[in-house]
Design a protein around this ligand. Structure first.
Ligand code: NAD
Length: 358
């Protein structure tokens, strides 16, 4: 039996003709992108009776190769290629989804003269440009997203911002919420594609509106995760069992995602496996939450909207990253660990002060 292998895609190596209209690319196979691309590709494959083709691309080539190997293990006949650059990916694919860390990465992937999507699009025949659909699910600056979409749409292709809510667990389960910014026609076109990766698809308004909604949601989340950490730490100091306290909060007026799904204390959710059960690995990085709090404060400043709690939360995440750099890439619920370390340090100082006075 012939073993399926991952092909590397470059213009020269594309010797087998693959219709661009049947090909979907995914760029950015990190914590979220890996799970989203898997759901998108596997469901598209089933829908197309095996006719669909796929392209993946990541700045870390090993991530794209790992994804392809995994996909081929599950679907041995699947046609999947690894593109070296976003330009190669868009030349081969009518639809492209991007899931990148933030604004500079999106600018690089779309605008880079040598390797970017927009310069590559310009070199395609007009019918290929017009059929192209770009979906950016990154959480980034609203104005950068609007600029990218304006450039893509000006060429005659279609682009929407479609950031997500639901975390890595939602990405894996295919239950994300997509918050879409773009025209009504673009929304109709992207909805069935996004439905392969999520449960709810909201049309928030024109270009940039999906990101506006996402930034407001993450402002709530960022503040909420800190206060849940504070409450859990206080409860434990008062002698409460983590599972008892979490159960009370989750069945009372304090209930929220940060407590009921992403509770930061090991043992608080005995039936679930939040990142704290894996030493805070595998969730939403503290640095990414800090980035989102920064996006909120910048846009709030520009609109003249006050953010007293948002600013306090942003300062706390900034302190976590500065004072405990080992938590920067761990899930942002590790703010609980940071508070616990700070509390231990305070009581150590207190004890020291006491013994000095004695
Ligand atoms: P991640 O850092 O795990 O993944 C980002 C991926 O993009 C990495 O694989 C990286 O190598 C790749 N990349 C970076 N620059 C690139 C480039 N120039 N070309 C190609 N690939 C490049 O991040 P993540 O946790 O998957 O988050 C992605 C986005 O989703 C962020 O904007 C984040 O704010 C948002 N988000 C994350 C979560 C979560 O729980 N992790 C939830 C909702 C939204």
């Amino acid at each position: 039996m012939m073993r399926a292998t991952v092909r590397l895609l470059s213009q020269a190596s594309r010797n087998v003709y693959t219709p661009r209209s049947h090909t979907t690319a995914f760029i950015g196979l990190g914590r979220m992108g890996f799970e989203m691309a898997y759901n998108l590709f596997s469901k598209t494959l089933v829908d197309s009776n095996g006719a669909a083709h796929f392209v993946v691309c990541d700045a870390r080539k090993e991530s794209a190769l790992r994804f392809s190997r995994n996909m081929l293990e599950q679907f041995p006949g699947a046609k999947i290629e690894v593109a070296s650059t976003p330009a190669d990916a868009i030349r081969a694919s009518q639809t492209v989804v991007t899931m990148l860390p933030s604004s500079p990465h999106v600018r690089q992937v779309y605008e880079s003269e040598a390797e970017g999507i927009i310069p590559a699009l310009r070199s395609l025949p007009s019918e290929d440009i017009h059929s192209t659909l770009c979906i950016d699910s990154t959480t980034l600056d609203v104005q950068v997203a609007r600029d990218m979409a304006a450039e893509v749409n000006k060429l005659g292709a279609t682009m929407v911002d479609a950031p997500v809510s639901g975390g890595v667990s939602g990405a894996k389960a295919g239950t994300l919420s997509f918050l879409v910014g773009g025209s009504e026609a673009a929304f109709k076109r992207v909805s069935p594609i996004l439905a392969h990766m999520g449960k709810k698809v909201f049309h928030c308004g024109p270009s940039g509106a999906g990101l506006g909604a996402k930034i407001c949601n993450n402002l709530v989340l960022g503040v909420e995760q800190i206060v849940v950490a504070e409450a859990m730490l206080l409860g434990l100091k008062l002698g409460l069992e983590p599972a008892v306290l979490a159960s009370v909060i989750n069945n009372s007026t304090g209930a929220c995602w940060s407590s009921s799904v992403n509770n930061p204390v090991p043992g608080a959710l005995p039936d679930k496996e939040p990142p704290c059960t894996r030493d805070y690995e595998g969730g939403f990085a503290t640095t990414l939450m800090l980035k989102d709090m920064g996006l909120a404060s910048e846009i709030a400043d520009a609109c003249g909207s006050p953010l007293p709690l948002g600013e306090a939360a942003e300062n706390i995440y900034a302190e976590v990253v500065k004072k405990e750099p080992q938590l920067a890439n761990k899930d942002f619920s590790s703010v609980y660990h940071y508070l616990r370390l700070a509390a231990d340090e305070e009581s150590r100082k207190g004890r020291l002060g006491q013994s000095e006075r004695m």
